[in-house]
Design a protein. Structure first.
Length: 233
């Protein structure tokens, strides 16, 4: 499960914790294709993430202004925000009065982003690093970025999208906090391939010679510096 408690930086050889999102029990017999889903993540699990990575009154921003994110944030007593750009100027606005935003100057506590972006299927390190630099500046110290990588079959001979995003985030000064695989289909209660007596006689579950993609990845990064640039209210 996601971790939000403060801790000392990990030694270089230690990996960030992995949290696993199983399919909710009430959805095991229903399709997981949900029009309200954020990059495939259903509203219940999305709300769970927002609740665990933020506190009451925090600002939550989604780059796509997805209505489910805004609804979940308001339900949890957070402030959903919209990010707009005008040339080189970036504006973050939320549902608080302008004076309240100006007095708080607290930055974004949680920024949600799906990669690759809808207008650019390129996940090159340079372009992703530039985006991460921008997101880092929008965060308050200790804020989080959650990046969704929708399920897609791996491409032979190419660096994984997860590795690219992690490298870009580190270059941008964000610390890799957690990897959260999110199951998109229910797992069988019993798999004959795990039984030594039947494993050799059970055909592999492959599609066109590849294993089926049963999960998407959510990567959590955190801002640890205190010299982030203030955004315009």
């Amino acid at each position: 499960m996601p971790q939000t408690h403060p801790h000392l930086p990990e030694p270089r050889a230690e990996r960030p914790p992995v949290g696993l999102f199983l399919v909710p029990a009430h959805r095991r017999d229903t399709p997981l294709v949900d029009p309200a889903a954020w990059y495939g993540l259903d509203p219940q699990r999305l709300a769970w993430l927002i609740r665990h990575y933020t506190r009451d009154g925090d600002v939550v921003a989604d780059l796509d202004s997805h209505p489910t994110v805004a609804k979940a944030a308001r339900y949890l007593h957070r402030h959903p925000a919209i990010i707009t750009t005008d040339g080189h100027r970036i504006r973050v606005t939320d549902d608080r009065p302008a004076r309240a935003r100006c007095l708080a100057e607290d930055g974004i506590a949680l920024l949600l982003a799906g990669l690759p972006r809808p207008d650019n299927d390129d996940l090159a390190v340079h372009a992703t690093t530039e985006a991460m630099h921008l997101w880092h500046r929008l965060l308050r110290p200790g804020g989080f970025v959650l990046v969704a990588l929708p399920a897609r079959a791996p491409e032979p001979g190419r660096i994984s999208r997860r590795s690219t995003v992690i490298s870009a985030a580190r270059i941008a000064g964000l610390r890799y906090h957690q990897h959260i695989p999110v199951l998109m289909v229910p797992l069988p209660a019993h798999d004959p391939r795990t039984d030594a007596a039947t494993a050799t006689s059970t055909p592999p579950a492959l599609l066109d010679g590849r294993h089926l993609r049963t999960h998407m990845d959510v990567l959590a990064f955190t801002a640890t510096t205190i010299d982030q640039e203030a955004t315009d209210a």
